[in-house]
Design a protein around this ligand. Structure first.
Ligand code: 5GP
Ligand code: ZN
Length: 112
């Protein structure tokens, strides 16, 4: 299967690692939308949030454990935003579920 983020997780495509554990990999976004912009992915290939079910939802819990750990390590005490784009209208461009962790600037709301 041809998947950009699976290739990044395997190290076939280089990335700047921010965090890794048995379930999750996080790396610097190539086109950062904030001074701090990590992309957090479960290592298991899941297409999008629309594919989450009782068999794989524990991996999303692992993603959020990683969010808290990264926020602690990176001293994001002023806050941050986690974004998941799902499907075409949601703006998803890579078909491996991922969560943007954005920080170190004041983030507008609503996002538009
Ligand atoms: P989406 O638009 O699907 O929510 O997010 C995909 C993200 O992946 C984008 O923010 C984009 O900049 C990032 N991205 C796409 N290709 C690469 C790549 O090869 N390396 C890295 N580090 N980020 C990428
Ligand atoms: Zn994948």
């Amino acid at each position: 299967m041809d998947c950009l983020f699976c290739s990044i997780i395997k190290g076939e495509i280089p990335s700047t690692k921010i965090y890794e554990d048995d379930y999750v990999y996080a790396f610097a976004d190539i086109a950062p939308q904030a001074p701090f912009h990590a992309v957090i992915v479960p290592k298991e290939h899941i297409k999008s949030a629309a594919e989450i079910n009782s068999q794989n939802s524990h991996l999303i819990a692992k993603v959020y454990e990683a969010v808290a750990e990264i926020a602690k390590r990176e001293n994001l005490e002023n806050g941050f935003r986690v974004v998941n784009n799902c499907g075409e209208d949601g703006g998803q461009t890579v078909g491996h579920i991922h969560f943007h962790l954005l920080a170190r600037r004041n983030l507008a709301w609503p996002p538009g």
